[in-house]
Design a binder for this molecule. Sequence first.
Ligand SMILES: C[S@@+](CC[C@H](N)C(=O)[O-])C[C@H]1O[C@@H](n2cnc3c(N)ncnc32)[C@H](O)[C@@H]1O
Length: 237
Amino acid sequence: MEPTATTTGRSGARSCVSLTFDREMSTAEVEGLKRSLGARTALQVPAPVGAGYARARQIGFRKSCRPEVGALMSVLAAAVPTGGRILELGTGVGVGLAWIVHGLRSRADVDVVSVEIDPRKSALASGAGWPDRVTLVVGDAKEVVPSLGEFDLIFLDVPGQLKAALLDGAITALRPGGQLLMDDMNPYWGKGRTRLPLDGDEPGRVLEDSRVTCALLQYASGMILAARLPDEEPSGN
Ligand SMILES: C[S@@+](CC[C@H](N)C(=O)[O-])C[C@H]1O[C@@H](n2cnc3c(N)ncnc32)[C@H](O)[C@@H]1O
């Protein structure tokens, strides 16, 4: 895959160009590309993540999260409290999972559970050699989520209409202060690019859920990041 270049600036004036890659590249390659494209920053992928993208290419799977999204998951994973729990819904071939594990580095206090309905993809992901506290579950997220317990971080990364169906369960499974990241949200807000999910329901309704506070992250594939608020005390009269 070609590197992705992102330009930001006012009135077309380029103030910053960043590059992202879906495979590990040598410093010389990165510096050469930065020079040739006038880029100031470059986001590299860690080797285990690059191996994940290679697995995806091997089977022609094109739905792995983009590096910008994965890097954000790494950051959120790194910030999970001691003894925390992380859930990914939609393992794919393990790219997002590799970003999560990258964020955790050598931490052994955090459990990570990833759910995938397709046994073939899950089997491919499981061959990557994960740390002991990573569990891959083969099953339908709609059925298994209620039995998985509570989490400090959830990556809701299943197809659009299913995201809507899983939203309530995902928010319910978040601990207070826990965070939920939803990927591929651009089609739901882009002007002239509206692609409504099949059942007419929208994962974007998370924005109206009073249990969370949200931010729209309008870059890469478009994300919504939500944090679970503390439960409200019943008002006593
Ligand atoms: C966007 S891909 C996941 C990409 C992955 N999170 C990553 O970052 O590499 C969506 C995945 O959800 C899986 N999926 C679809 N329906 C599902 C369901 N009901 N339960 C669990 N996984 C499901 C698909 O098979 C597909 O692998």
